[in-house]
Design a protein around this ligand. Structure first.
Ligand SMILES: [Zn+2]
Length: 128
């Protein structure tokens, strides 16, 4: 996935509590390691889904390689968002990329293979 380069995110991210059974998330992919997150997509307002990486995933950004513990995805507008290592997404200093349908689908399945449903408890305490 070397051709995917994340940009510095220009968005403000908003967390919204999840009311189970009331959130209709667009997710047409047969993944096993993505689950709903508490973040709203800054582009279209849908709830984003996330996956957590047992080992930090390396992504290419316009600043170079970043090693990220988790990633957030909106299937409605095909954007992918990552917090800066050591920070929460709501610090608004992370990265994002917008992809065409084919690249988006390929990337989702790539992330699904690397990802996990298991929360990394330790990482939360390191976030600022
Ligand atoms: Zn969206």
């Amino acid at each position: 996935m070397d051709h995917i380069v994340f940009k510095k995110s220009i968005f403000s991210y908003i967390e919204e509590p999840i009311l189970f059974g009331r959130v209709d998330v667009k997710w047409p992919f047969l993944t096993s390691n993505f689950y709903i997150s508490s973040y709203i997509c800054p582009e279209c307002g849908n709830h984003m889904v996330k996956t957590v990486f047992p080992n930090d995933l390396e992504i290419l950004t316009e600043e170079g390689i970043a090693k990220i513990p988790r990633i957030f995805v909106c299937a409605n507008c095909r954007t992918i968002h990552a917090s800066r290592p050591g920070y929460k997404l709501s610090k608004n200093n992370g990265f994002y990329v917008s992809l065409d349908p084919r690249s988006f689908e390929d990337f989702i399945y790539y992330l699904d293979k690397k990802g996990s449903l298991v929360g990394r408890r330790g990482t939360l305490f390191n976030e600022k």
